[in-house]
Design a protein around this ligand. Structure first.
Ligand SMILES: [Zn+2]
Length: 798
């Protein structure tokens, strides 16, 4: 393989100075575009408390954040009652018809799920209505007002709830909207999405469906991303692009979101055929669900963005004809410099095929014009796979090395100060790309390498169009733009300005399209999956290669000493980027240390069998931190003793039994069933499970080796019965149980002898447990639904 010889027309641009001037101009232009992309993803300035009444003010909303997130307020707690009273008072104060929906509701979707059973909760949703003047339907503004047990939920979701209160205030000051606006502040989202499920299924206002705008947070800062829509979203996306003042959203996000273990109230509405948009800010994930999620950690800019978008969308959906929102197809959409660009999803595959054909045609032209040979084109394509594989691998290894140095990162969604590590991954990706380019540029030729990059972008475009259509634009459009730039470069004088202009424009398209995912994937997936961002960064780098190439002396022209100098110059960017990666990772390790304000997260639970008096400390930490290690000494299986805690293996150790009572199982009635055909073997057991202390959840499991469960109902609600695994094959999880307990009816066929059931309840807080030692400074609580849980269980024969 050799670079094709330089033709006479090429000589003008081989003049180093002119070539360098073009390169600098092109790079400055690209940097400006990159800066524009970052500005487009930034949050607005928070508006002050004296902003005009019709506007959303983060300062006004923040006052409600402080009230709502004054303390942890898990569903069913007295603190949550106080929050609810504040919400009802505030909405009534705005003159809105406000009520509390008090119901028992099942979970939405398939979440935590009791093995072979059901999850329910007692919920109290706050529902207020602003009646429209001539309604065509209803607009629902939804957020959850409950928090996790471990933290006050300043961001999750006091910010969303306070934003809705402020939107309600702004809407009531202006002219009445045409459509009904319903404010739904849900309960027990953290437990099981039960509040939203109960509203969507049973509330009279939900009967005819409508448009749902759900406001969430999975962190403390960053832009609000519209990350999920209902199906056939084209018209919703059109309204979003038009009416949201800061429309950051991409059809790729929903594909990423599906890969994450998170879920929101929106799921409950989608289950019930509502349409709508789901938005959240997600950066600063280190404090998610932890005691650190306090009001002071709410980024007022993110709050302003949430509110601006919610108010703009509420107004627009408030006047749109809601009878007509099903477009029949999905859109591809993505942010472009502060605006939203969209096109119909059915264009995805044709565009991807067009990009592939265009890149193929470019390869054919390059060969015809003598810029490449079949051999170099093939080599360019094959060798481009190297950086595509090596950069993500490098990012993964880098993070593995960093977590080896700092094992506490393993339990964090993202480090407290992740920016250094993110930049290190980007620098590492650049180093891999530059190194690869420096090694191959002279041997394969810049044209063939640029072709290789475009070809992979086009191939990925087709693969994505088939598998992940919402993400195909990411590589299809840069490939298409690159191929078109190649045509222009080949069709115009090589020493004229057009080739440089064309490749710079194509690179700008790539920056506009691929820089946002690089920026947003880091917080979305966390550093543990920084490799995905590295992959996108490399794809962006490949698309920008023709501009980077302008920095190099033209290939093939030099001999001897000059060539040696060129090669050294080519190695310079690679070495600089590699050094930057090492330095940035080092700065990250130096800056992001664990301390009192940034504690290392630890997870601890206590479980007591009140029947046997056996107790245990349990942790979900895979490699327990030193503090946790003082409680646990090995792997334990809890499925048989504490089926209510799930079937996973945990680390555990012996504990002193606390004098705590298990929930009581009171037999209310025991009869033969009158099934058809009549079955003498079938028993109908009506029991009441009564907690003996203040608890957050209650579970009841049936030993399916003593009876087969035919059907069950909880608080009068039938629940699905599917055979589960293990000893306790059927179970019910009930969140926020009332003090008087929960009535359960089981229809079952005993295997002869007594039916064995196991009741468990759980409260929060371990400080009163014998043997518990308070965490020292710098050791914190991991954000999880089971941190600090205190469970008590007992088996009853019936
Ligand atoms: Zn949450």
């Amino acid at each position: 393989m050799g670079a094709p010889p330089t033709r006479p027309a090429d000589r003008a641009l081989t003049k180093p100075r002119r070539r360098l001037t073009s390169a600098v101009a092109a790079l400055v232009a690209l940097l400006a575009v990159g800066a524009g992309v970052l500005v487009g993803l930034s949050t607005p300035a928070p508006r002050p408390a004296d902003a005009p009444a019709g506007e959303f003010s983060a300062a006004r909303a923040y006052r409600n954040v402080e009230v709502i997130a004054a303390e942890p307020h898990v569903a069913g707690s007295a603190a949550n009652d106080r929050v609810r009273e504040h919400l009802v008072g505030t909405l009534r104060g705005l003159g809105l018809q406000t009520e509390v929906q008090d119901a028992v509701a099942p979970e939405a979707g398939q979440l935590s799920g009791a093995a072979g059973g059901a999850t329910l909760a007692r919920v109290r949703n706050v529902v207020a209505r602003l009646p429209g003047t001539d309604p065509t339907g209803k607009v629902f503004l939804v957020s959850h007002y409950d928090s996790v047990q471990t933290g006050p939920g300043g961001n999750d979701d006091a910010a969303g709830t306070a934003a809705i209160l402020e939107v309600a205030r702004a809407l009531t000051t202006g002219p009445r909207p045409r459509n009904d606006i319903v404010f739904v502040l849900t309960d027990a989202e953290e437990a099981c999405l039960c509040g939203a499920a109960g509203f969507a299924a049973d509330h009279p206002l939900a009967r005819d469906g409508g448009v749902v705008l759900n406001l969430e947070a999975r962190g403390s800062t960053g832009p609000v991303i519209m990350f999920e829509t209902s199906r056939n979203n084209a018209k919703l996306v059109e309204v979003f692009g038009k009416a949201a003042p800061h429309p950051v959203g991409t059809s790729f996000a929903v594909e990423i979101y599906r890969a994450l273990p998170n879920d929101t109230d929106f799921t409950a509405f989608l289950d019930r055929k509502f349409v709508g948009l789901n938005s959240a800010y997600i950066d600063g994930g280190a404090i998610y669900h932890t005691p650190l999620d306090v009001p002071a950690r709410v980024d007022r800019g993110s709050l302003q963005m949430h509110g601006d978008n919610a108010l703009g969308l509420a107004r627009e959906f408030g006047r749109t004809d809601l009878g007509d929102l099903d477009a029949g197809h999905d859109d591809t959409y993505f942010p472009v410099l502060g605006a939203l660009v969209s096109y119909p999803g059915w264009l995805t595959l044709p565009l991807a095929v067009a990009a592939l054909l265009a890149v193929g045609a470019l390869g054919w032209l390059l060969r015809r014009r003598g810029r490449a040979t079949a051999g170099t084109l093939a080599a360019g394509f094959g060798l481009t796979l190297l950086p595509v594989v090596v950069a993500p691998l490098g990012a993964w290894l880098l993070w593995a090395a960093i977590t080896t140095i700092r094992p506490g990162y393993a339990e964090l969604l993202d480090p407290y100060r992740p920016v250094w590590y993110r930049l290190a991954v980007v620098a590492l990706s650049a180093a891999v790309l530059f190194c690869w380019y420096a090694l191959l540029r002279r041997r394969v030729g810049p044209a063939a390498l640029a072709f290789g990059g475009l070809a992979w972008l086009a191939v990925f475009g087709v693969l994505l169009a088939v598998a992940v259509p919402g993400g195909a634009y990411l590589t299809t459009l840069p490939a298409l733009a690159g191929a078109l730039a190649g045509f222009v470069a080949l069709a115009t004088r090589r020493d004229g300005p057009w080739p440089v202009v064309a490749v710079t424009l194509a690179a700008a398209v790539a920056v506009v399209i691929l820089l946002p995912p690089v920026v947003l994937l880091f917080p979305a997936l966390g550093m543990g999956m920084g490799a995905v961002a590295a992959l996108v960064a490399v794809l962006l780098g490949l698309a920008v290669l023709p501009v980077v190439d302008l920095l190099h002396p033209r290939a093939g022209g030099q001999r001897g000493l000059l060539a040696l100098r060129a090669r050294r110059l080519g190695a310079l960017p690679a070495a600089a980027a590699a050094l930057a990666a090492v330095v940035l990772a080092g700065v990250g390790l130096a800056v992001d240390r664990f301390d009192a304000a940034h504690p290392v997260p630890t997870h601890l639970m206590y479980a007591l069998d009140a029947g046997t008096g056996k107790a245990a400390w349990l942790t979900r930490e895979e490699k327990p931190q030193p503090w946790t290690d003082g409680y646990v000494d090995g792997t334990v299986s809890i499925a048989d003793d504490f089926p209510g805690l799930g079937a996973t293996e945990l680390r555990g150790g012996p504990a002193t039994a606390a004098p705590l009572p298990a929930p009581k199982v009171e037999l209310l009635s025991d009869s033969r069933s009158f099934s058809d055909p009549p079955s003498r073997d079938q028993r109908v057991l009506r029991v009441r499970v009564v907690p003996q202390r203040q608890v957050r959840l209650l579970t009841l499991h049936v030993d399916t080796s003593t009876a087969t469960v035919r059907s069950a109902s909880v608080a009068g609600r039938d629940v699905p019965v599917e055979p589960g695994d293990g000893k306790w094959g059927f179970g019910i999880v009930f969140h926020a149980p009332p003090p008087e307990g929960v009535e359960v009816t089981l229809t079952l066929v005993p295997r002869g002898g007594a039916v064995s059931v196991r009741a468990m309840d759980a409260s929060d807080g371990l400080s009163a447990v014998p043997g518990f030692r308070p965490r020292p400074e710098g050791v914190g609580v991991v954000g999880s639904h089971s941190s600090e849980m205190l469970a008590v269980a007992r088996t009853y024969p019936l």
